[in-house]
Design a protein around this ligand. Sequence first.
Ligand code: TLP
Length: 348
Amino acid sequence: MRIDLRSDTVTTPTPEMRKAMAEAEVGDDVYGEDPTIRRLEEKAAGLLGKEEGVYVPSGTMGNLVAVMTHTVRGNEIILEAESHIYYYEVGGFAVAAQVLPRTIAGDRGFFTVRDLATNLRSPNLHFPVPVLVCLENTHNRAGGSVWPQEQFDAVAQAAHRAGLLVHLDGARVFNAAVYLGRPAAEVARHADSVMFCLSKGLSAPVGSVLVGTKDFIARARKNRKILGGGMRQAGVIAAAGLVALDTMIDRLAEDHANARVLAEGLAGIEGLAVDLGGVQTNMVMCRVDGLGVAAPDFVKLLTSQGVLTNAVDPRRVRLVTHKDVSSADVKRALALIAEAAKEARRVA
Ligand code: TLP
């Protein structure tokens, strides 16, 4: 049996989710008549401490709707240079929202109040108007790192003082909350809007929720419609999202514990290197250059052994734990990876 460590997006719905999906009460959500979606949106808003929510098909659409709703054409948005919105969302902010990015190089995905201040140019005829700061927690390309809460709050408050709004790409905000031992509402307290995914560690098959003020969500609904995200009787999938929020948040701690074991095991394999201090949630970034092979080649070798991973750049492989990877799978994966590393070193 293969062990799929490519992403927590590969998780499959639980039996309880499938049952809830089969029995979901539905209606036409474009008319606001799907009771299951309405329940999901309310619950999501409550958990994040915001007024309202809107269900969207994907995290990418949730982030894009947020950017479209907070900005007008020609505005500037400020993002960390390796952020998902900037790096992995096909430049949707430029295509659909027609805004310009200003990127800040972060440390483990985070930047400081000072970094923000340096990047906020004083108003000038020549400059686009900055209106939005996007933060990511946990930070994907930094390896699932969690913003220190004081730093997150300080940056968000500094953005507000400068008259900017704050959007949180909280695809994995519940992983951050579990790591910090705080409610997600507290983690996201200073964000004006938050997008989080039901379809990652929480294991629902589809969907994300964007939350914010009542007025923001009303405008976001229109932008979701523009993007074709009005999904009619989507209560059948939202039902799984409700089960995810009821049953899958606390168990993320298991994924974090498995990631820690995985990271420590990898760090002990000759030719591999892991920054153990950076492993906080369910991801491990593993440097493979010590093997003398490029990350995509090592990924191919691992795949042939039944261990699925992703290369995130020429030197790093990402491994993600989730509910369909047990602690026994982690042990087995480590043994297979150790063999593959030996083989890679032999041929290099
Ligand atoms: N991330 C995926 C890939 O796109 C890289 C993954 O496997 O990790 N924000 C963050 C921080 C994300 O990690 C992702 C997905 C998204 C947004 C987009 O979510 P979806 O895939 O639902 O569009």
